[in-house]
Write a protein that binds this ligand. Structure first.
Ligand SMILES: *Cc1c(COP(=O)(O)O)cnc(C)c1O
Length: 420
């Protein structure tokens, strides 16, 4: 089997060398994962490759520091330097998104949502959010999640014909149920919500508007998508995904909600802040403010459109007929396979993606995104190639599967991610 440089590339940092000597078992897992990320294509819509600078902050001794509370008001000594890191992260987030207030402490997107609910709601309150079958997140009322247990969720959906948000239905449900909060945002909807319309509906029924912008936050940072900040009372997001920072969350809000949000994050839902992650968030916000990041997110969207067109030409049924974002939702049924079978065959070919709920289809579809492959430097020509590899991986005979795997390895090898 031809071995591409990317397939053998392993980070030879002194830290990893030391880890390999001390704990070869875990070092092997890490190096194997580095190889896996380099010789297959990461099309999971929520994934990306952080920069070496973000990884350096994440792996720094700031991980040793305890810092409960907020800069200037900590429950621990010795916080002067990590306070500086958090202030920089907050200032950069506020400037990047034009927000009055930013809390950069939530450990994840789900923790950010928990804090938003804790700040605005009481247990038992009614919340209107996109139904899980239509692309709502677990934190939008899943019975398996705290949200579904502690609040009364009313789900809204999409139009059966177009697959697009049905604002008439949102308004009708809002008038009928008088929710305390309305959530907009999704894990698989390939278009942007109209935040101004959601604001009008929220105002009419006196509800808070919470934008869960975990997926598009990077597009918003780089100017490739409209911002919910002027419209929503609270904006929750992850700092990973398109935004390309460390795994974590954040909350943006109006000044008048700042104290409630801060107290909802700490001490209500979390303990000590993770200062290495907060420093890495600051680095990512710094990167996201550059012209290079603006061109990156423009290319992410151009690539998603090109890939959606390519997949449509190969026979996939593309939800809403295309995308305005970094993600695509598709039904592979016209090719004679369901979403789960498709995910398995594609993974065997080195094309890694998720299944997802299909609003009105039978079974599951596939969800994929272009954030990671665009970070690798791929453009429209590679997207056209990937679309063809999809059908070859799904429909090819035995001998062809191995050839498709080699083609994917070759393509990935030409665009090494900066994990080394
Ligand atoms: C990813 C995501 C989250 C949760 O993020 P985690 O960091 O996985 O907890 C919440 N809401 C939406 C819409 C998301 O896409």
């Amino acid at each position: 089997m031809p071995v591409t440089p990317a397939a053998t590339a392993a980070p030879h940092t002194p830290e990893l060398e030391a880890l390999r000597r001390q704990d070869p078992e875990i070092a092997e897992v890490i190096l194997g994962e580095v190889r896996r990320q380099a010789d297959s294509l990461q099309l999971i819509a929520a994934e990306n490759f952080t920069s070496p600078a973000v990884l350096a902050a994440l792996g720094s001794p700031l991980a040793n520091k305890y810092a409960e509370g907020y800069p200037g008001a900590r429950h621990h000594g010795g916080c002067e330097l990590v306070d500086a890191a958090e202030r920089i992260a907050v200032d950069r987030a506020r400037a990047l998104f034009g927000a009055d207030h930013a809390n950069v402490q939530p450990h994840s997107g789900s923790s950010a949502m928990l804090a938003a609910y804790a700040a605005l709601l009481r247990p038992g309150d009614t919340v209107l959010a996109m139904g899980l079958a239509f692309g709502g997140h677990l934190t939008h009322g899943s019975p398996a999640n705290f949200s579904g247990r502690w609040f009364e969720f009313v789900p809204y959906g999409v139009d059966a014909e177009s697959g697009l948000l049905d604002y008439e239905q949102v308004l009708r449900l809002a008038r009928q149920h008088r929710p305390k909060a309305i959530v907009c945002g999704s894990i698989s909807y390939p278009r942007h919500p109209d935040y101004a319309v959601f604001r009008e509906i929220a105002d009419e029924v006196g509800a808070y508007l919470i934008a869960d912008a975990a997926h598009p936050m990077g597009l918003i940072a780089g100017g490739a998508a409209a911002s919910p900040v002027p419209y929503a009372d609270v904006v929750c997001a992850t700092t990973h995904k398109v935004l390309r920072g460390p795994r974590g969350g954040m909350v943006l809000c109006d000044g008048h909600l700042a104290e409630r949000i801060d107290r909802a994050v700490f001490p209500f839902t979390q303990g000590g802040a993770q200062m290495h992650t907060i420093a890495a968030k600051a680095v990512a916000f710094g990167e996201a403010a550059t012209p290079a990041f603006a061109s990156y997110v423009r290319q992410v969207v151009a690539n998603a459109k090109a890939l959606a067109e390519g997949l449509a030409a190969e026979g996939f049924a593309i939800t809403t007929g295309g995308t305005d974002t970094h993600l695509i939702t598709a039904d592979p049924a016209p090719l004679g396979v369901d979403g789960r079978t498709a995910r398995g065959r594609l993974a065997a070919a080195g094309l890694v993606l998720d299944t997802c709920a299909l609003p009105y289809g039978d079974g599951r579809g596939i969800r994929l995104g272009t954030a990671a492959v665009t970070t690798q430097g791929m453009a429209e020509a590679e997207m056209a190639r990937i679309a063809v590899l999809f059908t070859a991986a799904l429909l090819g005979q035995d001998g062809e599967a191995r050839r498709v795997r080699e083609d994917v390895r070759e393509l990935a090898g030409r665009f090494p991610p900066h994990t080394g």
